[in-house]
Design a protein around this ligand. Structure first.
Ligand code: CAA
Length: 284
């Protein structure tokens, strides 16, 4: 199947990054947000990100302009009837995603593959809402999408070989390096990352070390670009809690049991960079 137009559901942090990378690689993109305010914010994020790429000599001004011209924003999911492939990057709420998959199933042509960018939710449950569960899989990108080289593909027990092969070819065409995981809570990367982040939070909560030293230890001792608490702020403290709870609820594995501090921070609005405060403070 030839893919020319890709639909991206959601223009938040992940959806805007996915739209940027897809358009950068020559595909037309239709990106949908729930309302015009969110859509305009998302499109502005893409403009800022591509401007940064121009400033750092990663792409030319002409290439940036062509990239932006290939992206069309909408608030109507019905426009995805034009799409040859769809990546869903809405918020991490399984019921919402199931509704989106049900709607996409009736809007898109029968042969169109429906992928989810979910970081931990069940691909099979989303697939079950469609009449083509063999054409549903996970395409999990990493933040910031234009910079991070990884794509984690997730096959449910119903995903067909043809769906996998077509999606793998698309991932390669987007310049990503691919790993393949089963549809199991946390997949590969978050299954490894989240216990590490929760341990760092417990260390800090129990007063074993300062947050600065925990982060510095991992940055300088393990050569990670960010320490685990800085990374929590970067991906969103609420997201970390969400993934931990999700994996814990499904597996009952104590390594994913959220420390009390994490839950309290989320309740108090300390969601990391996006709210201006998390383990650290961020000025606008
Ligand atoms: N297009 C192309 N290149 C771009 C770009 C764009 N839109 N925007 C930035 N870049 C390039 C920059 O030019 C720069 O390249 P050079 O070093 O060659 O100049 C590079 O990307 C890094 O950009 P910055 O200089 O702006 O940023 P930085 O050096 O301060 O690094 C960071 C920022 C990439 C976020 C780095 O701190 C990092 O890698 N942190 C860890 C990120 C991480 O772990 N992400 C995964 C989170 S987990 C997740 O996402 C999954 C989940 O399910 C929760």
């Amino acid at each position: 199947m030839s893919i020319k137009t890709v639909g991206v559901v959601g223009c938040g942090l992940m959806g805007s990054g996915i739209a940027e990378v897809v358009a950068k690689n020559g595909y037309s993109v239709i990106v949908r947000e729930v309302n015009d305010e969110f859509l305009q914010k998302g499109l502005a994020r893409i403009r800022a990100s591509t401007q940064k790429a121009v400033d750092r000599n990663k792409i030319t001004v002409e290439a940036r302009d062509q990239l932006l011209a290939r992206i069309r924003g909408t608030t109507h999911l019905e426009e995805f009837s034009e799409c040859d492939y769809v990546v869903e990057a809405a918020i991490e709420n399984l019921n919402l995603k199931k509704d989106i998959f049900e709607r996409l199933d009736s809007i898109t042509r029968p042969e169109v593959i429906l992928a989810s960018n979910t970081s931990s939710l069940s691909i099979a449950e989303m697939a079950a809402k469609t009449k083509k569960p063999d054409k549903v899989l996970g395409m999990h990108f990493f933040n910031p999408v234009p910079v991070m080289p990884l794509l984690e593909m997730v096959r449910s027990f119903m995903t067909s070989e043809a769906t996998y092969e077509t999606s793998r070819a698309l991932g390669k065409a987007l310049g990503k390096q691919i790993i393949v995981a089963k549809d199991y809570p946390g997949f590969i990367v978050n299954a490894l990352l989240v216990p590490f982040q929760l341990d760092a939070i417990r260390f800090y909560e129990n007063g074993m070390a300062s947050k600065e030293d925990i982060d510095k230890g991992v940055r300088l001792g393990l050569n990670h670009p960010m320490g685990p608490l800085e990374l929590c702020d970067f991906v969103g403290i609420d997201t970390v809690l969400f993934i931990a709870d999700e994996v814990y609820n499904e597996t009952k594995d104590p390594r994913y049991a959220a420390p009390p501090l994490l839950r309290r921070m989320v309740a108090a609005g300390y969601h990391g960079r996006k709210t201006g405060k998390g383990f650290y403070e961020y000025s606008k």
